[in-house]
Design a protein around this ligand. Structure first.
Ligand SMILES: [Zn+2]
Length: 365
């Protein structure tokens, strides 16, 4: 209880600093969860600073609502929550349930992009075709890469489906609560920049959403502790849990999906089967967006349970439902993982995912 009050007080005291600061930047909530995986803002990294400056390059929009475009659904939800019913019109352009890593925006996306004031993407090379289209068709829009502007390149992770020699880092920061906090502060800053008269309202939403992220992180830590550390092994189909694993002390022993996002070769499958057997993996986690017969095959040949319902950017439920949210996705995934590994997920089940803000964003289905 004390912890929660302290956390909220810290967020609010950080926000009160905002109004005094001259550069209009918001400090990160000073909670210990934000310290572990988030880069030191003092680290001089060209990409980080350049991306941060790009986010803050806009000017105030007056006389009409601010038009905001976002890419994948979890990020659209975070933007939708900070915007609430204050006025910005938020439109997601990556349809839910599609492969966001290979998504090529259709020509119809041009019309949405070219009228945008602000375009939020994850960055870290996740949505390169969308980014190119945005740069070509929306030269006046603020293009803000939330991931690239929040994590120094030296902290980017490269692993199974995102090997260093492929040149693209693992972009899935949003599956790890501490990495979401700087997304929220950047979204808040960018919206305040475009609509400064409503600063107090954006700050109020920022506090509510930050608190939700922290509550979820706290509960996830409690649930994590119910699984012995040597049993925290993750073998997933889609490679979306690198930063999450580092924070919650899991070992990602592999990802089945190759760099090409196609099916693995028979040789790769044989190697994975050996690995599952030798590591005594309790469960294999597939992705709802990438149904794969390979998972079933590995499950059958190893006798290990496979669970093919995890989500990395397809929100549960339907738009308008409470669980159709970043928090809903996180809660669903973590209950699934913890229970499959024999832990107790009751702390996560008890978290309310209701941010008490209505998300008015439009999601493509
Ligand atoms: Zn993904």
């Amino acid at each position: 209880m004390h912890r929660k009050i302290l956390t909220a007080a810290l967020v609010i005291s950080c926000l009160s600093l905002v109004s005094c600061s001259t550069n209009n930047s918001v400090e990160q909530p000073k909670d210990d969860l934000s310290q572990e995986n988030i880069s030191d803002p003092a680290v001089s990294e060209a990409k980080l600073q350049e991306a941060g400056a790009d986010c803050m390059a806009g000017t105030a929009v007056s006389g009409r609502p601010v038009r905001v475009v976002s890419t994948v659904a979890p990020i659209t939800n975070l933007v939708g929550l900070i915007a609430g019913d204050i006025g910005p019109i938020v439109q997601g352009i990556v349809p839910e349930g599609t492969n966001s890593h290979t998504f090529e925006p259709p020509p119809s996306a041009v019309a949405t992009l070219e009228t945008a004031d602000i375009i939020f993407v994850n960055g870290m090379m996740l949505e390169d075709p969308t980014l190119e289209l945005a740069k070509a068709n929306a030269p006046k829009a603020v293009i803000c890469e939330l991931g690239t502007s929040s994590l120094a390149e030296s902290d980017w992770m490269y692993d199974f489906s995102f090997p260093k020699d492929g040149g693209k880092p693992n972009p899935h920061l949003w599956t790890n609560p501490p990495n979401v906090l700087p997304y929220l502060s950047t979204i808040r800053n960018v919206l305040v920049n475009a609509d400064p008269t409503n600063t107090d309202k954006y700050d109020a939403n920022y506090v509510l959403v930050s608190r939700l992220v922290m509550n979820l992180d706290d509960a996830m830590k409690v649930a994590t502790a119910t699984i012995p550390k040597n049993e925290r092994n993750l073998l997933t189909y889609h490679d979306a849990y690198a930063y999450f694993a580092r924070h919650f002390e899991y070992e990602v022993i592999g990802a089945i999906q190759p760099q090409s996002f196609e099916e693995p070769s028979p040789k790769d499958i044989a190697a994975l089967i050996d690995q599952v057997k030798s590591k005594k993996v309790k469960a294999i986690f597939g992705s709802e967006v990438f149904p794969s017969p390979v998972l079933e095959q590995i499950g059958k040949e190893t006798g290990v349970r496979y669970i093919d319902v995890l989500r990395d950017d397809d929100l549960p439920g339907e738009p308008g439902d409470a669980e159709h949210s970043w928090a809903g996705l996180m809660k669903f995934n973590y209950i699934t993982i913890v229970e499959a590994l024999g832990g107790d997920a009751s702390a996560v089940k008890a978290v309310s995912i209701d941010a008490k803000i209505s998300d008015k964003a439009t999601y493509l289905q």
